[in-house]
Design a protein around this ligand. Structure first.
Ligand SMILES: NC(=O)C1=CN([C@@H]2O[C@H](COP(=O)(O)OP(=O)(O)OC[C@H]3O[C@@H](n4cnc5c(N)ncnc54)[C@H](O)[C@@H]3O)[C@@H](O)[C@H]2O)[C@@H](O)CC1
Ligand SMILES: [K+]
Length: 496
C-alpha cells in the first residue's frame, strides 16, 4: 500500500472533486460516513460521544460524524475550541448540525467524563502547520489524561504527517482513522503512542490518480508473483532448492547459528551447512542433524575461509564476535565470495569499526541492523524521519539492501525505495529473534533471486510467525524457538 505525502493527498482530493466530479462537501460526507460506520460497528449507543472539532475540514469531518451519530441515537456533545468560523465546509456542517437540534455544543470539556465515553479528535488533520500552543495545548493535555476511548480523525492533532513533530503536545489516540492512504508519520516508532492502531478508510478518491502518484514509501503487501517463486517445482531435489551456509557464533555461542540454521531449514532450504569450531561440532550435530558441518580450524572463534563455491547464500555475523581472524574472514568473503551475502549483528559492528570494508560490499548484499547497529554505521539520529533519510542514502551509496529492524521494520532498496513491514509485535524482542530472520532470508533468497524482494518477504514471514506465536502463546511466553515452529502456519497463511 502506497504512502503519500500531504501535498499528494490534497491533490488526489482535488482531482477527485473535479473529475468524479463530487462537491467537496459531499466528499466530506462520504469520508465521514466511513468514520461513522467504523465507530458504530465497534461502539454501541450506550457510549457518550464528545467531538472536539477545529475550524478546518478536519473539524468539518468531526461535525458530520457528530450529526450522523446523533441521528443513530448516540448522546453527542461537541466542543469548538477554535470557534464557530472556519472553512466553508466546516461552517455549512455546523449549520446542518444545529438544524437537527439534538447535539449539545459545550463551551468547555467537562472536568470528569465516564470511561464509557468516546472522545473524537477532529481539531487538526493534515492542515496542521505549527506546534499546538496555549489553550489548545491545555485541552489536549487534559484529554490525554482521560480514560475514555479516543479516536483521531485522519491524524492525531499535533502530529505532523511528513516530518518529525517538534512538540509532545499531541492527542493520544487509541485509534487513528485515516483516509485512503497511510502517512509516513504512522511508520515511526516514536509516534506509536499517539497513533494507537491505525485504520485506512476507503473514501473512494480516484484510484488511477493515486496509482500514478510517485512515492518512495509503501507498506508491504505480499506480492503473488514473488510468492509463487517459493513454490517447489516437482523436479525439486536438495541441490536445486538452494544451499546456505551459516557462519555465526563461536565457542559457547553456537545458539545463534543453531537458531538461524533451524529457521533456514524450516523455510525451505535444500542444504544447510554450519561452520563451527572443532569443539562445537557435537552440539550442532545434536541440535540439527540435517546440517552439514564445515569445520573451522580455529578452536574458539570462526576465522577460516573454507570452500564456499557451491553455496548460494552465506549468513555471516550473529554472535560471531570481533576477533581479528573473524574480521579477516569477513574481508575475504567481501572480496572473494561470489554468492549472496547476508550480514547481521557483529558483522555490522565490524563494518562500522573498519570502514574501509564498506567499499567492498558486493552490490545487493543484505544487511539487517537494529537501530543501535545502524547508528554505528551512519552516526547518531534523533528521530525516525532522520533514520529513514540516513537509510536511503546509505543504501543508494553502497548499492545494498538494508533491513532496519524495529516496529514497522524498514526495508530499503539500493534505489532508495522503502517498504515498511506491517507484521510483528513486541513479544519478538528477545535474543535470538534476529537469528531467525537471517535463516529465513537465506532460505528464500535462492528461489526469489532478488535481494529487495527476498528481504521484504522474509521480514513479513518473520513478523507473521511472531504474530501467530503471540496469538497462540502470548507475548511473554513466546520465544524464537516457538517462532520457528510457527513458521509452518506463516508459510501456509501466505500460500492461501
Ligand atoms: N476534500 C478534502 O480535502 C478532504 C479533506 N478531509 C479532511 O480535511 C482535513 C484537512 O483539512 P484542512 O486543510 O482544512 O486542515 P485542518 O482541518 O487540519 O486545519 C487547518 C486549519 O488549522 C490552522 N492551524 C494549523 N496549525 C495550527 C495550530 N498549531 N494552531 C492553530 N491553528 C492551526 C490552519 O491555519 C487552518 O486554518 C483532513 O485532515 C481531513 O480530515 C476529509 O474531509 C476528506 C476530504
Ligand atoms: K484529528
Amino acid at each position: 500500500m502506497k504512502i503519500l505525502n500531504i501535498q499528494q493527498i490534497r491533490e488526489a482530493d482535488q482531482y477527485t472533486i473535479e473529475n468524479e466530479p463530487i462537491k467537496s462537501i459531499d466528499l466530506m460526507e462520504r469520508a465521514s460516513y466511513e468514520l461513522f460506520t467504523w465507530i458504530t460497528e465497534r461502539f454501541n449507543n450506550d457510549f457518550s460521544v464528545y467531538v472536539l472539532a477545529g475550524s478546518g475540514n478536519n473539524g468539518g469531518d468531526g461535525l458530520v460524524v457528530a450529526r450522523l451519530l446523533s441521528e443513530s441515537d448516540y448522546k453527542v456533545q461537541v466542543i469548538l475550541p477554535l470557534g464557530k468560523n472556519g472553512s466553508d465546509d466546516f461552517e455549512e456542517n455546523l449549520k446542518r448540525l444545529k438544524k437537527i437540534n439534538t447535539v449539545l455544543i459545550l463551551e468547555e470539556l467537562p472536568e470528569q467524563i465516564s470511561e464509557k465515553s468516546i472522545i473524537i479528535d477532529a481539531i487538526f488533520g493534515s492542515g496542521l502547520s505549527r506546534p499546538i500552543e496555549g489553550r489548545l495545548a491545555d485541552l489536549i493535555k487534559k484529554v490525554n489524561n482521560f480514560e475514555a476511548n479516543k479516536i483521531a480523525i485522519d491524524m492525531p492533532s499535533g502530529l505532523f504527517a511528513d516530518k518529525a513533530s517538534p512538540s509532545e503536545i499531541i492527542f493520544k489516540a487509541d485509534y487513528t482513522l485515516s483516509f485512503q492512504v497511510p502517512k509516513l508519520a504512522f511508520m515511526m516508532a516514536e509516534n506509536q503512542e499517539y497513533i494507537g492502531e491505525f485504520e485506512i478508510l476507503d473514501i473512494k478518491l480516484d484510484k488511477e490518480y493515486i496509482n500514478n502518484c510517485l512515492s518512495d514509501y509503501s507498506i508491504y503487501e505480499v506480492d503473488s508473483v514473488i510468492k509463487n517463486r517459493l513454490k517447489l517445482k516437482s523436479i525439486a531435489h536438495k541441490g536445486n532448492r538452494g544451499r546456505a551456509t551459516i557462519i555465526a557464533g563461536g565457542y559457547a555461542r553456537m545458539g545463534a547459528a543453531i537458531l538461524a540454521a533451524r529457521a533456514c531449514l524450516h523455510s525451505g532450504i535444500g542444504l544447510i551447512s554450519v561452520q563451527t569450531c572443532p569443539h562445537c561440532i557435537d552440539i550442532v550435530q545434536n541440535q540439527i542433524p540435517e546440517a552439514l558441518i564445515l569445520t573451522d580450524e580455529n578452536e574458539y572463534v570462526l576465522g577460516s575461509y573454507l570452500d564456499y563455491s557451491k553455496q548460494d547464500v552465506i549468513v555471516f555475523g550473529p554472535a560471531i564476535g570481533f576477533a581479528h581472524k573473524t574480521l579477516v574472514l569477513l574481508e575475504n568473503l567481501l572480496k572473494d565470495y561470489q554468492g549472496q551475502l547476508i550480514l547481521d549483528a557483529d558483522a555490522i559492528t565490524l563494518l562500522a569499526e573498519n570502514r574501509e570494508l564498506l567499499n567492498l560490499l558486493p552490490e545487493g548484499t543484505i544487511l539487517t541492523p537494529h537501530h543501535g547497529e545502524f547508528k554505528r554505521l551512519v552516526g547518531k539520529y534523533s528521530n525516525n524521519f532522520e533514520a529513514i533519510m540516513q537509510l536511503k542514502s546509505f543504501c543508494m551509496h553502497h548499492k545494498v539492501v538494508v533491513v532496519l529492524k524495529g516496529k514497522f521494520s524498514a526495508v530499503c532498496n539500493a534505489d532508495g525505495k522503502i517498504s515498511f513491514n506491517p507484521t510483528g509485535n513486541a513479544g519478538m524482542a528477545k535474543g535470538g529473534s534476529g537469528d531467525l530472520l537471517c535463516g529465513i532470508l537465506a532460505a528464500i533468497y535462492p528461489r526469489i533471486k532478488n535481494s529487495y524482494e527476498t528481504a521484504k518477504l522474509a521480514v513479513y514471514l518473520h513478523g507473521l510467525s511472531g504474530d501467530i506465536s503471540k496469538e497462540e502463546k502470548g507475548e511473554n511466553f513466546m520465544t524464537p524457538s516457538i517462532m520457528i515452529e510457527k513458521l509452518q502456519s506463516a508459510f501456509k497463511k501466505i500460500e492461501n
